[in-house]
Ligand binder design. Structure first.
Ligand code: ZN
Length: 410
């Protein structure tokens, strides 16, 4: 195993100890743990010959200059925040691996025709303010100022949290990157799925970040006595929801590449001797092709209408979020693919079902993503696991990618 790969693992382990909670890894936006994580990574960046800065919202940025000060910038990175009780690779892997790429350039005394910035985004998971991609939104210039008024669980507004962290909410609009100065954004991330493990490969190239529809449905029937209301006269909201949920699963299984999930349910009054009167559920639908996702949502509406009629319940639906799929840059992906093919027998193209900072960065620059195999596809869980040998492959692929990008660029 290379020393560089071992060093990446040591650093990921060191970061895993920096947590807001005892005995589990939780690092949320602008928290004391985030402060320590940023300080730690910043010192590693400086050791690698980078200059460091924090932007107005608290993204950590390390810069390694190119041959000319006017050169464009290749941005590499991922996020340093985590979910609650997180695994240690989701996010930090991409930041620490970016740092290792720069260390390789420093070791070989190499300057490129472009600068490299390694970014540790301050918030991707959205745990503290239920608003995802805060960090990349700032760099991409699509941060919404109204988000500053959001309050966390202890009533602290986002604006105050940013100030306490050392940021400057009023300067957020000017923290936007100038797209003309950015060459591309490339993110290394764990796959968070089982495909690479199934194929027994270390890395794969992401072609698309799937679009997503999130819908809330409320089934309103009639609550009644469980002992005295005959079956034929019931308007059971939970039975109606159950029928809908199973239809969602059936359709999801039929359509290749579609994932459809009901993950949340609220049953009222939720008592053992009362017929359920009202049920709210969440529906999450994703596919790499927007047309397929939209067709699925339509299909679910038709199912909804049928159930409404047959069961004499009212079903209201509300779209919570709708994001289109984001294609990765073909040019960047092709380069990543040929670099990956030098290290393993094939370089599978993957679609990402999860959202990533790359999806936001795509608004201002071409993006690419390299996925790294993770054990059992498990993520957002302490059992998240990546092999050092796979990290080594990912690092070699990225070093080779940077090298070929420099050749193409020059
Ligand atoms: Zn992530």
């Amino acid at each position: 195993m290379s020393d560089a790969a071992k060093k990446i693992m040591q650093r990921i382990n060191a970061l895993a100890k920096i947590s807001d909670e005892q005995r589990q890894l939780t690092r949320t936006f602008a928290s004391p743990a985030m402060r320590r994580a940023n300080d730690t990574v910043a010192s590693w960046m400086r050791d690698a010959g980078m200059t460091t800065r924090a932007d107005a919202i608290g993204n950590l940025i390390g810069r390694y200059e190119g041959t000319s000060p006017n050169a464009k910038t290749l941005i590499l990175g991922s996020h340093l925040d985590t979910v609650r009780n997180a695994g240690k690779f989701d996010g930090p892997l991409g930041v620490i691996l970016a740092l290792a790429c720069v260390e390789e350039l420093q070791r070989t005394k190499c300057r490129l025709p472009f600068a490299i910035e390694a970014v540790g985004f301050c918030d991707e998971e959205g745990v503290r303010y239920q608003s995802t991609y805060l960090g990349s939104r700032v760099l991409a210039g699509c941060f919404e100022a109204t988000d500053l008024l959001r309050k966390d669980a202890s009533g602290v507004t986002m604006a105050d949290a940013i100030k306490a962290f050392g940021g400057a909410p009023q300067k957020i609009p000017s923290a936007k990157l100038n797209p003309k100065k950015v060459l591309a954004y490339v993110e290394v991330h764990i796959e968070q799925g089982p495909v690479l493990e199934e194929k027994n490969l270390a890395v794969g190239v992401v072609t698309t970040i799937a679009g997503q529809s999130r819908i809330k449905l409320t089934f309103t029937g009639k609550a009644g006595h469980a002992g005295t209301t005959p079956m034929s006269l019931r308007q059971d909201a939970l039975c109606a929801a159950a029928e809908f949920i199973l239809a969602v699963e059936r359709y999801g299984k039929e359509m290749a590449g579609l994932v459809a999930t009901v993950g949340q349910i609220q049953n009222t009054p939720n008592a053992s001797n009362v017929i359920p009167g009202e049920v709210s559920i969440s529906l999450d639908v994703r596919h790499q092709r927007d047309a397929v996702r939209r067709a699925a949502v339509k299909q679910f509406q038709a199912v909804r209408n049928d159930i409404e009629k047959e069961r004499r319940v009212k079903i209201a639906s509300q779209v919570i979020q709708e994001t289109d799929s984001v294609p990765c840059s073909l040019a960047i992906s092709n380069l990543l693919q040929s670099s990956a093919l030098k290290k393993q027998r094939s370089a599978p193209q993957l679609s990402s079902g999860a959202g990533h900072d790359a999806a936001v960065m795509a608004q201002i620059t071409p993006v690419g993503m390299l996925f790294v195999r993770c054990k059992g596809g498990v993520s957002h869980h302490p059992d998240e696991s990546v092999q050092t040998s796979d990290v080594q492959v990912a690092l070699e692929v990225m070093n080779d990618f940077i090298d070929s990008l420099a050749k193409h660029h020059g």
